[in-house]
Design a protein around this ligand. Sequence first.
Ligand code: TAP
Length: 498
Amino acid sequence: MAKTDTDVKESLPEFSRADYGNYINGAWCEAVSGKRGDVYDPGIGDVIATVPQGESADVDVAVGAARRAFDGGSWSKVNPRDRSRLLLRISEVLRRDRDRLAELEVRQQGKALAGALWDVEESAFIFEYYAGWATKISGEVPPIGPDALSVITKEPVGVAALITPWNFPILMAAQKVAPALAAGCTCILKPASDTPLTSLELGRIAEEVGLPAGTLNVLTGSGSTVGMDLVRHPGVDKISFTGSSEVGRTIMREGADSLKRVTLELGGKNPSIVFADADLEQAIPAICQAIFFNQGQVCGSCSRTLIEESILPQVLDAIAEYVKALRPGYGLDPETTFGPLVSRAHLETVSGYIRIGREEGAQVAVEGALPEDERLKNGNFVRPTVFSSVRPEMRIAREEIFGPVLSVLSFRDADEAVALANDTNYGLSAMVWSGDMGKAIATARAVRAGTVWVNDNLQAPTEALWGGFKHSGIGRELGQAGLEAFLELKQLHLRTRA
Ligand code: TAP
């Protein structure tokens, strides 16, 4: 049954527009210039909040605060047990405020509520997980002989600038802030301009739990000014960035003068490989979810599906059924399974790729619906689209679209599947579906990607790791590797000979 306008309004509770400040040195402040920027609800197109539009002067203030807290200042004096307790407190407050934060995430990003609730819950777990690590950062004493003692310690890397994207705003912030603080770093969080609100809420939580001033600073402003200034700033020791490969390359170039340590989590054009002996009842929803979840705005999404030739028609039919069953709508409506794209600019990019696919000669195998409700007419909705007859050289098979656009290709045997899977500059994730575990594992090992799921999809456990090969990034986040990214090794050489 089609929804009425009234139904949708009921799922859009009144929301009063909020004006946020930046959280710098333990205080809320305007940008030095006094400028502010708007934050839009991508489902309805309205302005829901304003935030300071930071510039170079604000970067100097934030870096100064983080530097002071690190260089013998307040955070440097907090011992690991207390660091751990503070991270646990952040985790508790995230859980306490889960529903409100999830609603805010839906409003600024557009995602379906169930996903937003999961994001906040997982963010709380990330803080809990790294709270455990804070007291376990141990060094080594290598055997160098009787005349001296060599002690290797792990030291915080210093002031870290954390630059996040808009697809999982609070989760990406947690993924960087929690290990940075556990390691003993101080930080400046620069959220994406489209989705700064839950990062600013993280500043509010830092204030509530009593994180010392300057330890976590949240600074809004555009990537080309605030982001670039953080990358070039001599007072910043480390950049942890998640976003596009293009900006990742710029960060490496611009950070080179000050020899910035970098962790780069970048884009992907990830393949799913479906063999004829796969359990299709599991594989088909999994490959569809891996491209349509969060409207395809997921760096690990599998936007190329490679299907063994003999099952191509039946898999295409089943994908079409899945796409037709998607429910486009507003993220807070419990029936919604498919929300808007994050911004008008991104809608144009994704729509452009759908046009390019048609022009390149790919066939539209199926396209899904747009919401019918008038209330959503200014939302950034796009039809989920599946292309068949895709050739490997087409742009829709090579370039990251970061939207709900699936390119389907076929293969004859495992060697061809691996060759197609690896025929990309990217290497973030991949999926292999087969009932033959030996073949599945051999294929997974041959694919050059940071994570390969075998008979599963999109899992990125906090306790494991996440990151890419090739143009998909440098370094790893999550797990122990995510902590090590905020540590430097140091040797103390102590003469013991008289
Ligand atoms: P980007 O345009 O790269 O933006 C990411 C962040 O970097 C934003 O905070 C942005 O600020 C900032 N930024 C932009 N230009 C900058 C510059 N010159 N110097 C420093 N910072 C700069 O990406 P996006 O559009 O937000 O996100 C989509 C892309 O991110 C996709 O390619 C996707 O694959 C990738 N992504 C990767 C992952 C992982 S884990 N690998 C996760 C999510 C997304 P503004 O918002 O103010 O422009």
